[in-house]
Design a protein around this ligand. Structure first.
Ligand code: SF4
Length: 136
């Protein structure tokens, strides 16, 4: 057991979560969705696009990789009545809502919970699983 496991968190009893694919987190306020080189290739392959074309039209450079382009209203370009790339969505999307920025305070968690109908539903993620996601 490491030091983090012994620390007390508001999610010590675990958190239930199952994405309802409502799109609330894919639309609305603009934000950065990190995409690695490997993820860019997987997205291009999934959409049957040349990698460079996918990068030029759907992504933009961000730090060591890319971020996803958005419409003017903040909607992810991959969101059209559902995520068009769900099986190969970036890690940042796959790990929502178990992000350090969200779990660092219960107040922040509560504000996200009000907008995500998947929180509190579905299977229980144990504390150790949540910490593994945060540390991965
Ligand atoms: S807001 Fe929650 S339930 Fe809706 S798509 Fe995002 S993660 Fe899934």
């Amino acid at each position: 057991m490491n030091e983090l496991d012994q620390h007390r968190y508001f999610f010590d009893s675990g958190i239930r979560f199952q994405c309802r694919r409502c799109g609330a987190c894919c639309t609305g306020a603009p934000g950065v969705i990190r995409v690695s080189d490997e993820e860019a290739v997987a997205i291009a392959d999934f959409l049957s696009l040349p990698v460079q074309q996918a990068i030029d039209t759907l992504l933009y450079p961000w730090e060591n990789g890319y971020s996803v382009r958005e419409d003017g209203d903040g909607r992810c370009l991959f969101y059209e009545e559902g995520c068009r790339i769900y099986p190969v969505r970036p890690r940042q999307c796959r790990t929502f809502p178990f992000w350090t920025a969200i779990l660092r305070s219960e107040a922040r968690w509560d504000s996200i919970r009000r907008h995500c109908p998947g929180i509190g539903k579905g299977r229980l993620f144990a504390k150790h699983e949540i910490l593994d996601i945060l540390n991965s």
